[in-house]
Design a protein around this ligand. Structure first.
Ligand SMILES: [Zn+2]
Length: 258
């Protein structure tokens, strides 16, 4: 017999967004979820592949749910699940689904299990909401905005206002970009370096704008396709540098575009 007190300690309630999942055993799934107060967790959801499962719809990919979780030996177990926001728009077209996979995988790549990070949960939820509801034209910007915020929250904010070498404020000229140094070099420090590339002024300005403005302002930006793809390339440079591995979703997104 367990007392009520002991029982309570073996259960916890948490908000969670499902980042990924894999089948386990006959009818179960292992879910990788992100929570505000407990960070990333791997949870066992029993029986959710059965057609009559009441839990199944509440633990779909990218769904924001409230979970009641029981502590387990190897994995904690989802005991109850209730949807807060299903982000149905993410399932409506392949591009939105692709972006959601990418965002979830990126967040997965930048987080450790049991590392609480409420602002990162907030960023994930806001980003999925934007990807599910906003017009298609602004989705790439929403993803770029997510990437820059994620880098900052993970402790890798690119340094765009002072030279990473001499720490002097950067001038509005062609400076130099170094992924290895984590930001921008002034012309004096950057010129001729093999690990730095020239950073054209328009690109430099857009990156600074994205880094410092709220989403409402960023969403109103109108960038040429060329500039937008340059922003994407530079951010990929930072992300891949820090992850030190290639992300499967990057290939997935490229496949969708092609
Ligand atoms: Zn310098």
């Amino acid at each position: 017999m367990t007392t009520t007190g002991e029982h309570r300690q073996r259960l916890y309630r948490t908000d969670a967004i499902v980042l990924k999942r894999r089948d386990y055993g006959e009818a179960d799934r292992l879910l990788t979820v992100f929570t505000p107060e407990r960070g990333k967790l791997v949870l066992l959801a029993k029986g959710v592949r059965k057609t009559l499962s009441r839990k199944a719809g509440h633990v779909e990919l990218f769904t924001h749910s409230t979970l009641l979780v029981a502590k387990g030996r190897t994995w904690d177990i989802v005991s109850q699940a209730e949807t807060v926001e299903p982000f149905l728009g993410l399932r409506e077209d392949l591009a939105r689904t692709g972006y959601a996979y990418y965002v979830a995988e990126l967040l997965d790549g930048f987080t450790q299990e049991h590392d609480a990070h409420p602002p990162m949960f907030h960023l994930l939820r806001e980003t999925l909401s934007r990807l599910a509801t906003l017009e298609a034209a602004v989705l790439p910007l929403a993803v770029r905005f997510f990437e820059l915020r994620l880098l900052a929250l993970a402790g890798y904010q690119p340094q765009l206002f002072r030279c990473v070498a001499c720490q002097q404020p950067l001038e509005p000229v062609t400076n130099y970009l170094s992924y290895a140094e984590g930001g921008v070099l002034c012309p004096r420090d950057g010129e001729g370096r093999v690990d730095a590339e020239p950073l054209p002024l328009p690109l430099f300005k857009v990156l600074r704008f994205l880094q410092t403005r709220e989403w409402d302002e960023v969403a109103r930006l109108s960038l040429s396709p060329g500039l937008l793809s340059e922003v994407e390339r530079v951010l990929q440079g930072f992300l891949v540098y820090y992850l030190e591995r290639n992300l499967r979703s990057v290939g997935f997104l490229k496949a969708i575009r092609a």
